[in-house]
Write a protein that binds this ligand. Structure first.
Ligand code: GTP
Ligand code: MG
Length: 348
């Protein structure tokens, strides 16, 4: 899972990166970060795995996310940005929006206005996709004159539909695409198709904002305060946050919200050698979950033994769980639930 943090200059991107990853990349008012890129791979904490490991006492492998912090983008720069590649490769976009006042760091547009900046950035994502689509349409028109191909024609028709929507300012993520259409879009890595979190970086005292669209959300955080308390221990941090009236750290909220936004759930595998978390899409079945673990497990899939993690803890292991009938045998089509422990039986 890759999240790419991006946005206009001096919005608090690196501040957010530090908060989410625990890193200490330089945060500065006056330097330019034009071509700077930071990356970090971070464990996703999961209390359920900790609990399961009380039983096994082995090593825990949490699922991981990768955060990429890009340098600043000037207004209008997205379409030609040096960061297009990390943006296109990410599973979710994290747009950091300036919501804090600071006279020493003038906003390029002259005033603080999160709604305007969100709109501008949305327009830029749309424009970047339009440029790509127009190029491809041109190519397809030429090819279709020469060859008769159903695939090319389908692609052409889809791109025309996407183009019309984009021209009306509707990002691809808001469209209802059929499965075949969705499949056709995959290779393009359209920016306006990616789930997006607009994160407004507020000054203390400002009240939180929250809004939700189709595959997009707007939430807020207090960058400066959260960065300042990074080095405190858990208890001190709590006291500090209470003082500032911050209920949840963006560190926790971000993962919860992004999993929700990307429609992700976790399942677990347990054993003497490791207790491990895996991430899949909500609605994925046991066969798909098996493929996540290893292609051999998918190819040789016989059945999945499934138990909800809490039932496992309550039964203190598989043996009693089996006796109580809590351990079920499921087939390929079983829809895996968040928190299931899944053990795949397979043939090699
Ligand atoms: N007052 C205030 N200042 C902040 C806040 N968040 C970040 N800053 C300051 O803004 C400056 C830039 O912060 P960064 O996190 O480096 O911002 P950035 O978006 O990564 O900046 P570039 O990469 O240079 O575009 C630093 O001096 C921060 O201390 C905030 O919530 N409030
Ligand atoms: Mg930065």
């Amino acid at each position: 899972m890759i999240f790419t943090i991006f946005g206009y200059p001096k919005t608090g991107k690196t501040t957010l990166f530090n908060i989410l990853t625990g890193k200490r990349e330089k945060v500065d008012k006056f330097s330019s970060s034009k071509n700077v890129l930071h990356k970090a791979v971070i464990d996703v904490p999961d209390l359920r795995l900790d609990k399961l490991n009380e039983f096994y006492n082995t090593k825990i492998k949490y699922t991981q996310v990768e955060y990429i912090d890009t340098g600043s983008l000037s207004y209008g720069e997205v379409k030609s940005s040096a960061f297009l590649d990390p943006l296109r490769k990410s599973d979710g976009l994290v747009h950091v929006v300036r919501g804090f006042e600071d006279k020493e760091i003038p906003h390029p547009a002259g005033s603080i206005n999160p709604e305007r900046d969100i709109r501008e950035m949305e327009d830029e994502l749309i424009l970047a996709d339009l440029i790509m689509i127009e190029k491809r349409i041109e190519r397809l028109e030429k090819d279709l004159k020469k060859i008769k191909s159903k695939e090319l024609k389908d692609e052409f028709e889809l791109l025309i539909k996407l183009k019309e929507n984009l021209e009306n300012n509707i990002p691809i993520r808001e469209l209802e695409l059929k499965e075949g259409e969705e499949f056709l879009t995959r290779g393009f890595q359209f920016l306006s198709q990616k789930p997006i979190i607009h994160l407004v970086n507020l000054s203390e005292g400002n009240s939180k904002v929250e809004d939700k669209g189709k595959n997009s959300i707007i939430i807020s955080f207090y960058g400066k305060i959260e960065q300042e308390i990074l080095d405190l221990d858990e208890d001190e941090r709590k006291i500090f946050m209470e003082e500032y009236g911050i209920e949840n750290s963006i560190r926790d909220e971000f993962l919860r919200k992004s999993y929700e936004l990307l429609n992700l759930i976790s399942f677990f595998t347990v054993g003497e050698d490791e207790v491990r978390g895996w991430t899949i899409k909500k609605g994925d079945n046991a066969y798909e979950a098996a493929g996540k673990i290893h292609t051999d497990l998918q190819k040789g899939f016989i059945r999945a033994e499934v138990i909800y993690w809490e039932d496992f803890i309550k039964s203190e292991g598989f043996k009693i769980a089996k006796e109580k009938g809590l351990l079920r045998l499921e087939g390929k089509e079983y829809i895996v639930k968040d928190g299931d422990i899944v053990h795949i039986r397979f043939n090699i």
